[in-house]
Unconditional design. Structure first.
Length: 307
């Protein structure tokens, strides 16, 4: 299979695509990003890397950070996490509050904002926010084998200034006892996690452990294989919010999107893939990122459902 040629075709199609979606405006610093960009990076199980388009350009990973926060939180408290956050698709927008009251302050899954705020609370235990954020960034650097990964402080500040919806979610959950720390401390940790900046190449590298059943490609284990499978299951069922079913239908890979326009997709045993294009569709997922993965799945046959 000629992966370089497949990537070249995809990049060409995405460069000319008429409908690129619209960049997220509710976080002011994301509203300034040029929507004409598109990048893709693929790391295969044998360690080869293929890139195309703007694969080296850093972008705000936003909700893709929820995959890394979840991995860290499971490492800290294991299955006790599931008493504080559910494992069902929400069928609602990423920042929705509607289910929280009926479900007594327990978010539907770790990949909607409310769920990831719980992850931030778990990862904060025993730490100051600065230390918890430092631990997450170190963890992502280790996963990606890249010490150049850092937080974009401008994005973090922009989120703090405009994050009233997330504040509402956190305070509401605090009233039910789901959060153990002060909401402002938890939110500071959450906003910074969303503001990690990575390129497609770095993101595809960071996803390698999920492609490899939990093993780090440079030796040792990040998580047991059962945990890697479970994280991938949640990515498939909940990774694209209210459009998770559509993404599974079109692409057939576990994937996690972010409002920065990135998507991390994983084909177990085969590939870790990152795509990025800042324009979003109505569900808050990258318009061209989803289309590019659909094309890639068609051209390669990569899908968790392929025989
Ligand atoms: N930081 C964003 C928010 O809290 C993350 C949302 C996303 O990427 N879907 O709203």
């Amino acid at each position: 299979m000629d992966i370089s040629a497949i990537i070249a075709n995809i990049v060409e199609e995405m460069r000319a695509a008429p409908d690129r979606g619209t960049v997220a405006r509710y976080i002011p610093s994301l509203a300034e990003i040029d929507p004409a960009q598109f990048g893709i990076a693929i790391v295969t199980a044998d360690g080869e890397t293929f890139t195309g388009g703007d694969a080296e350009t850093g972008f705000s990973i936003q909700s893709i950070s929820k995959v890394f926060s979840l991995t860290l939180a499971l490492g800290k408290i294991g299955d006790r996490l599931w008493s504080r956050v559910g494992r069902e698709p929400s069928g609602n927008a990423f920042n929705s509050i509607v289910q929280l009251e009926a479900e007594k302050g327990i978010p539907r899954n770790p990949f909607i904002n409310a769920g990831a705020i719980v992850l931030a609370d778990v990862n904060l235990a025993g730490y100051r926010p600065r230390e918890a954020i430092g631990e997450l960034v170190q963890f992502v650097r280790y996963l990606a084998s890249d010490d150049g990964i850092a937080i974009d402080e401008t994005v973090a500040r922009s989120e703090e200034e405009t994050g009233e919806r997330n504040r509402a979610l956190a305070h509401f959950m605090k009233s039910y006892g789901t959060l153990h720390h002060a909401p402002e401390m938890v939110l500071g940790t959450y906003f910074h996690a969303c503001s990690i900046e990575m390129s497609c190449r770095q993101l595809a590298q960071a996803g390698r452990f999920l492609m490899l059943g939990g093993r780090h490609p440079e030796g040792g284990r990040v998580v047991p294989d059962r945990r890697a499978r479970r994280i991938l299951s949640l990515m498939l069922t909940c990774g694209h919010y209210d459009a998770s079913g559509d993404f599974a239908f079109r692409v057939g890979m576990p994937g996690k999107s972010g409002v920065g326009g990135g998507i991390l997709a994983v084909v177990p045993g085969k590939a870790s893939i990152a795509v990025w294009s800042p324009g979003l569709n109505a569900s808050g997922n990258s318009q061209l990122g989803g289309l590019a993965l659909e094309r890639l799945a068609e051209a390669t046959g990569w899908s968790v459902f392929s025989a």
